[in-house]
Design a protein around this ligand. Structure first.
Ligand SMILES: [Zn+2]
Length: 102
């Protein structure tokens, strides 16, 4: 498995947390990313989480399957249980795009 593949897998949880506005461990994210990748990872994780979620008045809709509304926790669980693979693919795609642009 490539570095991007491994990294993408580990970032799914962070994207799901960010998309559902749950707190996440920033230091852990930095460790997973490594110092050279941290900036890119933050950008990618934010971009993907914005892309997959719609938030209005504290309620969430899923842009990957148009389901809603979810509470914070419900949305997080929905993303992790139903869309892990899609989220990973999106992260991978964005990471590769960013790395190519370097
Ligand atoms: Zn969904």
């Amino acid at each position: 498995m490539s570095r991007v593949d491994v990294l993408s897998e580990r970032l799914i949880e962070f994207v799901a947390r960010l998309a559902s506005r749950m707190s996440y461990d920033q230091r852990k994210l930095a460790v997973i990313s490594g110092s050279s990748m941290y900036k890119i990872v933050c950008k990618v994780v934010t971009r993907v989480s914005d892309y997959i979620s719609e938030n209005r008045d504290g309620l969430f809709w899923c842009r990957l399957c148009n389901k809603g509304t979810f509470t914070k926790r419900g949305f997080y669980l929905h993303l992790v249980r139903v869309h892990s693979f899609e989220i990973k693919s999106l992260i991978e795609e964005e990471l590769r795009r960013e790395l190519r642009a370097l």
